[in-house]
Design a binder for this molecule. Structure first.
Ligand code: THU
Length: 130
């Protein structure tokens, strides 16, 4: 199954009683494995989690910590834009040149990279003197 198909499929499971906005994310790792996630909302709104965060958690739970490819899909008017927190989460596990395919359910796409999504990202090297 393609990364896009995996993201499209997991999106159907999104738990979104508050926003009604379903998001699906799929990430590939160097082993070729694909990990998926959907957004999971909560009555205490800030406790909700994004699709990207879910996919990253599934990857780490499976014992992997490197992302080589990302795809996100939503029923949005323009390709769904990951929130700032998810850009930082992706940057933790992906090199700057990792491709990110942002899509809509009706086929629009924005191809970008993890580095372009978060220029000047804070990373662990900045704590070297600590
Ligand atoms: N959301 C994601 O899961 N990923 C994104 O890239 C954008 C936003 C979710 C969070 C919340 O459940 C809903 O979309 C509306 O913000």
């Amino acid at each position: 199954m393609s990364l896009l198909d995996a993201a499209r499929k997991v999106r159907e499971n999104a738990y979104v009683p508050y926003s009604r906005f379903k998001v699906g994310a799929a990430i590939r790792t160097p082993s070729g494995a694909v990990h998926v996630g959907c957004n999971v909302e909560n009555a205490a709104y800030p406790e909700g989690t994004c699709a990207e965060a879910g996919a990253i958690a599934a990857m780490v739970a499976a014992g992997e910590t490197e992302i080589t490819e990302v795809c996100v899909i939503a029923d949005s008017p323009t390709p769904v834009s990951p929130c700032g927190g998810c850009r930082q989460k992706l940057a933790e596990f992906a090199k700057k040149d990792v491709p990110v395919r942002l899509t809509t359910t009706d086929g629009a796409e924005w191809m970008t990279t993890v580095g372009d999504l978060l220029p000047g990202a804070f990373d662990s090297e900045q704590m070297e003197r600590a």
